[in-house]
Design a binder for this molecule. Structure first.
Ligand code: GUN
Ligand code: ZN
Length: 462
């Protein structure tokens, strides 16, 4: 048979070769993943066209179908996964990471609010947004749900940085009209007007999506929450993000601010802020009634383990959320969180589960960081897997990236063990490369694991 007879992919494609893993469905949280929930190819090929996935499968089947001259990048020893997605992270808080010795409310006042006030300076906001998106990519994260500050220019800065890197982010202007310094608070009507204008400017512009972003009930008047709820009702396809039930002092304060509401969740419910497009960060100190209401309304939780341990907030009850049918995503919550790395986030999530007598399998952890988080953010038709038509956002992991990983890999025999090594011992050193819409946007310094060939006959170059 001639090569021409095998060709199935059009000219103009490109391909990436290496071990390939992606999830097709929730694998569950048992030692064995649910049947049909993932696809793994020890020697796989990801075929792309115009920044989108055309096919993912065994290299030996797909290489012969490439047209002559198709470039094939071979990530020797690399594990290719869909890019990580972060369901809750603060762009303006990079410099707040590793702030010593406080819990949530003092941490906000002492470190976070003063730092966020710097974003009134547009040049600063633009520089930080660039730094933030570059750092996301250096940690293997290609997409996510992002808080900006109360300054509209911080939202422009975020989306401009994302656009220029081809990334799709969802983000919003923080709404906060009380209980914060004057240089950070907005006004009730002004926050609505600015949010609406930013939504109209950015939502659906290329890959960018807007998110309605009241900070948390303590920094919004009831009138501001009402307006946020109105925005959400008028734009049902727009996500809502806020914080909820993170810290016991915070919860006590909310009960004093909203005595007429029977719970913290009821504050958001009353203002029309629950629903399947709402992502509440934390949800630690909650009860069965709260979980029931989350499940009924489809409201999602972003589990932020490094933040919750760092700030001493508490241990999220992952098993109860799953058992009640609450949709949970995984998130860094930088700068309460201590790392943008979703690998480090998985490690901390595992430890939080252990401290509660629960577990988190490597299947479930990697599912959450990819397809699971894409589902939480309603973007699984675009990202999170290598199903045909998805944006070719992917990360190449190096299972031998550090001395510790290299040592442990020598005793490792299964894919589950490799994934567990990566999530427990891995960090940004394990990110060999990150690609967005097919473009490699980050490559680890001194990386040697990739070679690109454009063989006249790709099969011979295999
Ligand atoms: N609650 C209100 N604002 C914040 C914030 O910036 N970070 C965290 N972790 N919790 C919050
Ligand atoms: Zn947060």
């Amino acid at each position: 048979m001639t090569r021409t007879a095998h060709t199935a992919f059009p000219a103009g494609c490109e391909a990436h070769r290496g071990a390939l893993l992606h999830f097709l469905d929730d694998p569950g949280n048992d030692p064995e993943p649910a049947a049909g929930s993932l696809a793994h190819f020890g020697d796989g090929l990801l075929v792309l066209l115009n920044g989108q996935v055309l096919a993912a499968g065994p290299a030996e089947d797909l290489l012969p179908q490439l047209s002559d001259g198709t470039p094939v990048t071979h990530w020797q020893g690399g594990l290719i996964l869909p890019g990580f997605i972060d369901t809750h992270v603060h762009m303006p808080q990079l410099g707040v990471m590793a702030s010593y010795g406080t819990q949530l409310l003092d941490w906000l006042e002492t470190y976070t609010f003063p730092h966020e006030a710097r974003f009134s300076d547009g040049d600063w906001a633009r520089a930080e947004a660039q730094r933030f998106t570059d750092l996301l990519l250096a940690h293997g994260t290609t997409s996510g749900l992002v808080f900006c500050t109360s300054h509209p220019a911080s939202v422009d800065a975020l989306f401009e940085a994302a656009e220029s890197r081809g990334m799709g982010l969802t983000g919003g202007k923080v709404m906060m009209d009380r209980h914060a310094p004057d240089n950070l608070t907005d006004t009730t009507q002004g926050s609505y007007d600015d949010s609406l204008a930013l939504l109209q400017k950015w939502h659906g512009k290329g890959r960018q999506r807007y998110a309605i972003t009241p900070r948390f009930a303590a920094t919004s008047t009831p009138e501001q929450l009402t307006l946020a709820g109105r925005l959400a009702a008028d734009h049902p396809d727009v996500l809502v993000q806020t914080h909820w039930a993170e810290n016991t002092g915070e919860i006590q304060w909310i009960s004093e601010l909203f005595p007429e509401r029977h719970s913290y969740l009821d504050v958001y419910d009353h203002h029309g802020l629950l629903g399947d497009h709402t992502i509440l960060a934390h949800g630690i100190h909650i009860d069965a009634r709260d979980r029931q209401r989350l499940a009924e309304t489809g409201t999602r939780i972003a589990f932020c383990p490094t933040s919750n341990t760092f700030l001493g907030s508490g241990l999220f009850d992952f098993r109860s959320a799953r058992e009640t049918g609450v949709s949970v995503g995984l998130a860094s919550d930088v700068g309460g969180g201590t790392s943008l790395s979703m690998l480090a986030t998985m490690a901390e999530a595992y430890k939080v589960c252990r401290l509660r007598g629960q577990t988190l399998t490597p299947w479930q952890a990697f599912y959450l960081a990819t397809l699971g988080n894409a589902r939480v953010l309603h973007q699984s038709d675009q990202t999170g897997s290598f199903r045909p038509g998805r944006h070719a956002d992917f990360v190449v992991l190096d299972q031998n990236a550090s001395p510790a990983l290299n040592m442990k890999q020598a005793y490792t025999h299964t894919l589950a063990e490799t994934l567990f090594n990566l999530m427990i011992l891995g960090d940004d050193r394990a990110i060999a490369a990150t690609a967005v819409a097919g473009e490699v946007r980050y490559r680890r310094f001194g990386d040697t694991i990739a070679t690109t060939q454009s063989p006249a006959s790709p099969i011979q170059g295999a």
